[in-house]
Design a protein around this ligand. Structure first.
Ligand code: SF4
Length: 433
């Protein structure tokens, strides 16, 4: 460690000892004093002016663009977001254009970005505002927080970056940065109250000239420092503007902070999906608006309990029950790690020859005029009400070659691609389970 670092670190520690208000049951080292905050801010502003990320939504002053970018950045790397942001803004340049677009079109542009709930909420918030006669985002923290999809982080980010309010915007990167800077011996999940308090102090700290480092820039500088320097692994401490004050660095705890919570094994969720193709048309299902895969399309199916899986895998039941008892055989299977669970998708096809004309109609229990799509003269495409798959919002026959164009998730797409690949080689001759 360079000698100046040692000197600054010891000064910092000394300052802390005068300002400490120890709590009997709490091990946390106190936050820096106001003097230290001013010093930290000065270094941070200088670093940000030189190393802050140049991003299309920064400095544009467009609250709508800032909002879209913040929603896209949730759980997603900046590099992934850039292309999506550009396409999204080209198609929906204003809140009004987003609100007036059908959800399916919005989901199509979101396809591949994941976490589709945030896309649905973005759309719902735009529609809510437009229905109230507003074509702009509100500028108060309270009004922003009341909109769908605005948690504390997003409300703080939009309020500070778009409207200059001195409110914190604390993401996971900032929690990690603070845990190290202050050597807080806690897992990330328990750091928020203290980090919020400290960032609020930082935002109130005099910093002449304030106009050169307004609250939005300060929040973005903190995010950038956490994301690009104080990285989860191999942080770049020698390039960090705060190395002189970092307690984790001084105490050789950088690699152990923040503490890691013992992670529980993820539960497994299994679905049995049906590949039903007839005359080049594939039956696709749209998931209901809320929940896993909300509003997205995939092969129709049913969730199955893990304890029944071996039996289901060999017999295709209860999927078969949903199809009038028609015998099924396993076509392919895929899996994917989601944030909170492990997902297994088993795709089944009907055994042997495809059923004759009219048979599928009987199996699907189509109802109503719009639903009468399978006729003895052939198949017409269009939407239907679900018959034998009542959990879905909609069933639709689509040309096999266009099925992948419907908005879908990465996991559902993977299963559909595997099924299409399997049936293009051995057309509808499924493997035995
Ligand atoms: S010195 Fe290292 S550990 Fe400390 S805040 Fe900077 S990058 Fe993070």
């Amino acid at each position: 460690m360079p000698s100046d670092m040692l000197l600054h670190t010891s000064n910092h520690l000394r300052t802390q000892s005068f300002n400490a208000k120890p709590k009997a049951t709490f091990l946390i080292t106190p936050m820096p004093s106001k003097t230290s905050n001013a010093q930290l801010l000065k270094r941070l502003a200088k670093w940000y002016a030189k190393h802050g990320r140049k991003l299309p939504w920064r400095g544009c002053g467009d609250a709508y663009a800032i909002w879209v970018s913040e929603i896209m950045l949730q759980q997603t790397q900046v590099g992934t977001v850039l292309g999506y942001f550009e396409r999204f803004m080209q198609r929906f340049p204003r809140l009004e254009s987003l609100a007036k677009a059908p959800l399916e079109e919005v989901l199509s542009l979101w396809q591949g970005l994941g976490y589709y709930g945030r896309c649905r909420k973005l759309h719902a918030a735009a529609q809510q505002l437009l229905a109230a006669g507003q074509t702009q985002l509100p500028s108060s923290l309270e009004a922003l927080s009341a909109l769908p999809g605005f948690g504390p982080y997003t409300a703080g980010a939009v309020a500070s970056i778009a409207f200059g309010l001195p409110v914190p915007a604390i993401d996971g990167n900032l929690l990690r940065l603070c845990a190290r800077l202050h050597a807080l011996p806690l897992p990330k999940e328990r750091l928020l109250p203290q980090v919020h308090r400290w960032v609020s102090q930082l935002l109130q700290t005099p910093r002449p000239p304030r106009s050169a480092f307004p609250p939005g820039s300060l929040n973005q500088a903190l995010m950038d420092l956490g994301a690009t320097v104080c990285k989860p692994r191999n942080p770049l401490c020698t390039e960090c503007p705060w190395h002189f004050a970092c307690l984790a660095l001084a105490q050789n705890k950088v690699t152990t902070l923040p503490l890691r919570k013992q992670s529980k094994p993820k539960p497994t969720l299994s679905w049995l999906l049906a590949y039903i193709e007839f005359k080049g048309q594939l039956l696709m299902a749209q998931h209901p608006p809320k929940g896993l895969f909300g509003g997205l399309w995939g092969l129709p199916g049913v969730p199955v309990e893990r304890r029944l899986l071996s039996q289901e895998a060999s017999q295709g039941s209860p999927l078969s029950q949903h199809l009038g008892g028609y015998p099924l055989a396993l076509l392919c299977q895929t899996q994917r790690e989601l944030t909170h669970r492990h997902l297994q998708l088993f795709v089944y096809a009907m055994k042997g020859k495809m059923p004759p004309k009219g048979m599928l109609q009987k199996l699907m229990h189509f109802e109503g005029t719009q639903a009468m799509e399978l006729k003895t003269t052939g198949i017409q495409t269009g939407g239907t009400q679900p018959g034998c798959f009542p959990g879905y919002a909609c069933l639709r026959w689509v040309p096999r070659e266009t099925a992948l164009q419907l908005p879908t998730s990465a996991a559902l797409r993977k299963a559909l691609e595997a099924a299409l690949a399997a049936t293009s080689v051995h057309k509808l001759k499924p493997k035995r389970a």
